[in-house]
Design a protein around this ligand. Structure first.
Ligand SMILES: [Zn+2]
Length: 263
């Protein structure tokens, strides 16, 4: 969820005067500009004829060349950083995709990798000594996300807690030590078993409860069989989680995986 790229977009950082060095030239040779009215460089370019070209002081060409180099640098910067960023931003946010789902972006080889219909037995693990009073802050968004996916699938799957000693289909762990907000993976097993982890925060860095909800919905989407990412920011399975309920495309995609028609 980095916003670091904004720093790369700051055009204010491009100081043309310091790039072409003409400010220094002006300061060094103030008398040379006395015969010009306002912008000596512009006048020099407009009034150029062969004689003046021959007699033109070298610093004018240094200034013009400097500006040309600065312009090239600016064009290169726009081409390399700004234009692709703007294009992908517009694609991801403003253009609503025409396709009703993103099944093509879900790894084809794992299409069969989903839970069987019916109960999905889950286990939830908090760190030892994690206070009960704080658990609900994290559990409530997870339960809400489960209900959203169940609803999207017409309740053909049902998340239920695994009983004592029972083998679970889904392991949910809450951990402080996690690089990302959440992560999901398949567990090696004869049957389809998955796990996900959601990051715990200390009091000083506590996010909104809704944020936990976006992470839970996204990671649960993976474990249900959406092993891939949407390319549209309006979907829960966009790489940057931002929804607390699935989009129409999320719903259509997960329904396809479970053999249901679009809604
Ligand atoms: Zn993801």
């Amino acid at each position: 969820m980095s916003k670091d790229t904004n720093d790369k977009w700051k055009l204010e950082n491009w100081d043309l005067e310091s790039v072409d060095g003409s400010e220094n030239q002006h300061a060094a040779e103030p008398d040379a500009f006395e015969e010009y009215d306002e912008d000596p460089l512009l006048d020099a370019i407009e009034n150029l004829d062969d004689d003046e070209l021959d007699n033109a002081p070298r610093y004018e060409w240094a200034g013009i060349l400097g500006r040309f180099v600065a312009l090239l640098a600016l064009i290169a910067f726009l081409g390399v950083f700004l234009v692709p960023s703007v294009v992908s931003f517009v694609q991801a946010t403003l253009i609503v995709p025409s396709s009703p789902d993103y099944i093509d972006l879900v790894t084809p080889g794992t299409l069969g990798a989903r839970f069987a219909r019916g109960d999905i037995k889950y286990t939830i693990v908090f760190p030892d000594n994690f206070p009960d009073s704080q658990k609900n802050f994290y559990l409530e968004p997870v339960y809400n996300a489960m209900a959203e996916w169940e609803n999207a699938l017409d309740s053909i799957v049902d998340f239920v807690p695994a009983g004592p000693g029972e083998i679970d289909d889904l392991l949910i762990t809450f951990v402080f030590d996690l690089d990302t907000a959440g992560v999901a993976s398949m567990r090696p097993a004869e049957v389809y078993r998955t796990q996900l982890a959601i990051k715990l925060y200390t009091d000083s860095a506590m996010p909104e409860k809704a944020y936990i909800g976006t992470v839970a919905l996204h990671e649960l989407g993976h474990t249900l069989g959406l092993w891939g990412h949407s390319d549209y920011s309006g979907d829960a399975m966009y790489p940057i989680a931002g929804r607390i309920f699935p989009s129409k495309r999320d719903i259509n995609t997960i329904r396809k995986i479970y053999g249901l028609g679009p809604r």
